[in-house]
Design a protein around this ligand. Sequence first.
Ligand SMILES: Nc1ncnc2c1ncn2[C@@H]1O[C@H](COP(=O)(O)OP(=O)(O)OP(=O)(O)O)[C@@H](O)[C@H]1O
Ligand SMILES: [Mg+2]
Length: 449
Amino acid sequence: MPVQEVKCSLCRKRVKVHDQYDIPIFDPNTGFAICKNCIREISRFLDEHDAAKGHAVNQPQQSNFASELGEVLKKNKPHVIKAYLDEFIIKQERAKKILSVAAYNHYKRMLYDYNHSGGEEEIDKSNVIIMGPTGCGKTALLSHLSRLLDIPFAVTDTSSLTEAGFVGADVEVAVRNLYYAAGKDIEKTEHGIIYLDEFDKIARKSGENNSITADPGHEGVQQGLLKMLEGSVVEFTARGQRKHPEAPTIKVNTRNILFIVGGAFVGIEKIVAKRVKKNAAGMGFGVDIPSNEDDSKRYDELIHQVRPEDLMKYGIIPEIIGRLPVICTLETLDEDSLLRILTEPKNAPVKQYEKLLEMDNVKLEFEEAALRAVAKKAIERKTGARSLKGIIEDVMLDVMFDIPKTNEPRKVVITEACINDGETPKIYPLDGNDNQDTAANDKEENTSA
Ligand SMILES: Nc1ncnc2c1ncn2[C@@H]1O[C@H](COP(=O)(O)OP(=O)(O)OP(=O)(O)O)[C@@H](O)[C@H]1O
Ligand SMILES: [Mg+2]
């Protein structure tokens, strides 16, 4: 049988009909027909239209997200979020407040959106940029926040992103991470929070902080991120699938996603200093930045004065800066703060080692002077709280190697000399006066029985 040809009433092309799917709509009486290409086109158009209006497309599962929101809002008041962060993060009070309020407002904005869809005033979202020296708690702050919140939250390392066409991950990866964090629920994804860590690494290399001329697509990455920040439909394939025309794609509208970006922005304080100096000179004042002042104090003063124009000079494109209205700066951690970080947070390094040794029947004690020595060393290393664990780890290595050799109840004391002079920590057997002794007696009884 010869292949029949039918004219599509829309595109007017003659289509060879092998089976009904070539012309899914065909009325033999009137000759009205629509070919499969036109139907595909219409379907795509409708999806995009829906997505642009903020409706989810290709939704695999419908969530009752909106109905849960009221409860979620009650549970996540700013002071509650901050109290949770306080359990893990020392100092950085302002940053904790800003993030608590940002998260709470994000929920409120969502609820408002659901209740007032159509026409009325919208509440703008307030994306946040956080900056502060290395090891002051930026990543830690956000990862604890993500554990608390009832909305999907994904952290993406911006420095791993590249412009499309370069080797590496495209900017869509940030949204894809959120999609997986949301359990593949598109509606939840579209209301989540994306944290872009190491955001300073995509600054234009021609920014003032950089002397290198090569720029492997950083501006392109910024342009890509800008689109996301502005709110657009991001299309990506499921994890592990390469992008090719036939691969099914997932579409997510970023209009309601809250973006938090963070980084150390090394060197930005110099840009601020320059501006402050210039302004002061222009107004006829003397230069008011004493250069002999304590470095970190000076850094803190300057970083709190960061303005959008400084970020621009640093190499972030102005359109992006315009979409990050909240600037949140973290402070450098001083010796006392580091001391507290060692012992106070729920997951404090000292607590962690105590637990580890407890499992070997050993009581761990740090002398106050030893802890202070650790904090002092960390300050010398200039990596904030980041080096604390490493310094203790060095000292603990021998102890952790030797202790499991027997199961006797013992006590280890870490002294200042252990930290400063590399002295091996002393291990004592636990004597009768110690309350650990009962555990030892129990054990003896068990073995004799
Ligand atoms: N204020 C803090 N309170 C408690 N722990 C902290 C604080 N700051 C840092 N830490 C601890 O120090 C380590 C490093 O901190 P984090 O990764 O958050 O640094 P960062 O600010 O992201 O630095 P970078 O700019 O280098 O990425 C983490 O393990 C974290 O637990
Ligand atoms: Mg970090």
